[in-house]
Design a protein around this ligand. Structure first.
Ligand SMILES: [Zn+2]
Length: 698
């Protein structure tokens, strides 16, 4: 027996690709098709019921006034519409009961009508129904209202049309419903989906129901019907494909001409195009011609959000909160994801891309998937007047968002599987100044309370004594931040520290100046010599006649090329090493200026201060120490102050060519450290910040 996906039991979600939860939202992507999908609007439905009664009373005068074709009153029409809606929504079959009626018909049938939209369908539902009922009468077939099925504004390429599903159920359950005829206005109404046509064909075969096209004369009792049905629906399918291709071509041409083919999105607005006299210009379709321009207010927010992400190290979620609080773009629906999508758009830097994705629809389930197309298929155009962000800022935002996403979820798991450390997401978007390390086990502590004023840290190992850690209890983030900051602020502007740092910098600069530069010259000579050899061999290749000799030469060339690559990499490294800093010595006052700026940044916004502080103090280790004569242990934060990486981190944000002579110096010193061979590492300044922690007990 032929089986269907859609039986009465699961018909409610039969047209959905995946299960629906209790809220009615489907899981995964795609539009939700509710139980009203394709339901005829109430006024049209009342009209349809009225048309039915008028037509049937005329065609079947014997039945007029009986329960099958009742006299027209508002109440009757309303009740008929209610019944129709109920069948459509719940997807069930009401069996027509002819008891008490005169059997004036030879057979019972069902009628199916479909209307896609004003533009594409010449005949309304009413007219289709009249055609169907007249044709039925011609063969003595009575179609009760229970067996009238309709879909409104639904494409015939979809198999999940709800009215159509009810019609199929009527056929499937022929034994109960008594349906022997399936009448439709013309076969194009039935299906524009070849596969579904073939399925219907099989159903018709199995149940021996006769399918009739009222207007096109199709009749399944005809021997060639099986072929006809499939062929006609495939013609219809071809017709729709051509229509799609036409629309597609039209849009592509419009895009190439610089016209508007997609909504420009947040940051832009559509304005009327005006003639020199100030009158709106009309399009061919008699609508007002529009053009896209930057919306200054929205653009300001976009720039501000970008700066928050790049300069203040705020997460996209944090930007979404600010956007929602300020009702940016009249919406309070900003989310981390929407912010990411906003900054992924090329339009922000004056490039428009069209046909980046395509929609793929499953015609059995109606589920729509958005699929990324190959880069080669994209259409692009330059539109400098649409630019909102500089290339530099837009790239920085993308790099930052990418870095954040690589440290989180699936991407981070992927990196870990490949043996790479994704790093911590909290370092990309810091929410606290110091992320301490547990002194009991060496593991970074986790935020046990991460919102509001009272953020606190806990060692996850200590909870069950993992790795022998006994460093129990919550440590207030505020107290740690204050203690470390206080110790650091006092230390970095201490005279001794400034003198030491200045001396240290000058020693390194002097060593850099003494470094020999012969190695690079020697490498350059070696590279040139190998290039000549490759050239000679290639020349010889052209003269070789014996195929056996070729292999040797090929191998030799490949070997030389490998050596060339290695030498080039070596040279690059050597040149990097030979870079000279912009100055040969620094004065104490330069160092004081840099450190003062450093302190200012440390006291500013958490997002900006946290990475600089991290560079300055490295890991902050939290320990509790028992002090004699005191009941409670003393909390100690241990860290090492190193000014150079911190000032280097600070300098990275500054523009090159600024008036400050030390710009570039700190970054140079920071990356240069490892080549100071033969010199003992600088004695780091170990510092401790002692503090009382009220909530910590031994
Ligand atoms: Zn621990």
């Amino acid at each position: 027996m032929f089986r269907f996906n859609n039986n009465a039991g699961q018909a409610g979600d039969g047209c959905l690709g995946s299960p629906v939860n209790s809220n009615g939202y489907r899981h995964g992507r795609g539009r939700l098709r509710g139980d009203d999908f394709g339901l005829t609007a109430r006024p049209s439905l009342l009209g349809l019921a009225r048309t039915y009664l008028e037509t049937q009373a005329r065609l079947w005068p014997e039945l007029a006034g009986t329960p099958a074709v009742p006299t027209i009153t508002d109440a009757v029409v309303e009740a008929m519409a209610d019944d129709f809606e109920r069948r459509f929504r719940i997807q069930l079959v009401d069996v027509f009961n002819p008891a008490g009626l005169r059997w004036v018909w030879t057979d019972i049938g069902l009628g199916y009508v479909r209307f896609s939209d004003e533009g594409s369908n010449p005949r309304s539902l009413d007219q289709q129904l009249i055609n169907v009922l007249q044709r039925a009468r011609h063969d003595g077939v009575f179609i009760p209202w229970h067996y009238v099925c309709a879909d409104y504004a639904v494409s015939g390429t979809l198999a999940c049309r709800r009215g159509y599903i009810v019609a199929k159920m009527l056929v499937e359950r022929r034994a109960e419903t008594g349906v022997a005829w399936f009448i439709i206005d013309d076969l194009g109404r039935m299906n524009r989906n070849m596969l579904e046509s073939l399925r219907l064909n099989e159903l018709v075969e199995a149940t021996q129901v006769r399918v009739i096209g009222a207007s096109d004369g199709f009749d399944s009792s005809n021997q060639q019907s099986k072929v006809m049905l499939a062929m006609m629906s495939s013609f219809n399918e071809v017709f729709i494909d051509q229509l799609k291709a036409k629309v597609h071509r039209g849009q592509s041409d419009t895009f190439k001409r610089g016209g508007i083919v997609q909504h420009p999105g947040f940051g832009y607005r559509l304005v009327d195009v005006l003639t020199p006299e100030g009158k709106p210009v009309l399009t061919r379709k008699n609508t007002i011609k529009k053009r896209v321009e930057v919306d200054p207010e929205a653009a300001e927010w976009i720039v501000r959000g970008a700066e928050m992400i790049v300069r203040d190290n705020r997460s996209p979620g944090a930007v979404a909160v600010v956007f929602n609080d300020n009702n940016v773009g009249g919406a309070r629906t900003w989310s981390s994801n929407r912010i990411r999508k906003l900054y992924a758009r090329e339009r922000l830097v004056g490039v428009e891309i069209f046909r980046r994705t395509k929609q793929v629809r499953d015609r059995d389930t109606g589920h729509v998937d958005v699929v990324q197309k190959d880069r080669a298929e994209w259409m692009t155009r330059e539109c400098p007047e649409m630019r909102i962000l500089s290339d530099e800022l837009a790239d920085a935002v993308k790099a930052k968002l990418n870095l954040g996403s690589m440290r989180f979820g699936k991407n981070a798991a992927e990196l870990r599987r490949n043996g790479k450390d994704p790093g911590r997401r909290a370092d990309v978007y810091p929410t606290v100044l110091v992320r301490p390390v547990c002194g009991g086990c060496g593991k970074p502590m986790a935020l046990s309370r991460s919102t509001g004023k009272y953020k606190s840290f806990v060692c996850l190992n200590s909870i069950h004594g993992g790795h022998g850690c006994r460093n129990k209890g919550n440590k207030s983030a505020r107290i740690i931040d204050e203690a470390v900051l206080k110790a650091v602020s006092a230390q970095i502007l201490d005279e001794g520290f400034i003198t030491d740092l200045t001396a240290e910098v000058n020693i390194r600069l002097a060593e850099t100046a003494r470094r020999p530069q012969d190695a690079a010259k020697k490498l350059e000579q070696e590279i040139a010599s190998r290039q000549r050899q490759v050239g000679r061999l290639t020349e010889r290749l052209e003269k070789v006649q014996d195929a056996g000799g070729l292999d040797t030469i090929f191998n030799k060339v490949a070997e030389l090329n490998r050596q060339l690559e290695a030498k080039r990499a070596e040279l690059k490294e050597e040149q990097r090493r030979n870079r000279r800093p912009p100055v040969t010595s620094v004065k104490e006052k330069d160092v004081v200026v840099a450190l003062t700026q450093l302190r200012e940044v440390l006291l500013s916004d958490v997002g900006r201060a946290a990475p600089v502080l991290q560079a300055l103090v490295g890991d902050v280790v939290i320990e509790s120490r028992q002090v004699e004569g005191q009941k409670r242990p003393e909390m100690v934060a241990r860290f090492t102050i190193d000014g150079i990486p911190a000032i280097a981190a600070l300098d990275r944000g500054k523009a090159a060519g600024a008036n400050d002579p030390t710009v570039g110096l700190w970054e140079f010193l920071n990356t240069d450290r490892w080549i100071m061979l033969g010199k003992a590492p600088r004695d780091p300044r170990d510092d401790v910040a002692r503090f009382r922690h009220p909530c910590c007990r031994p």
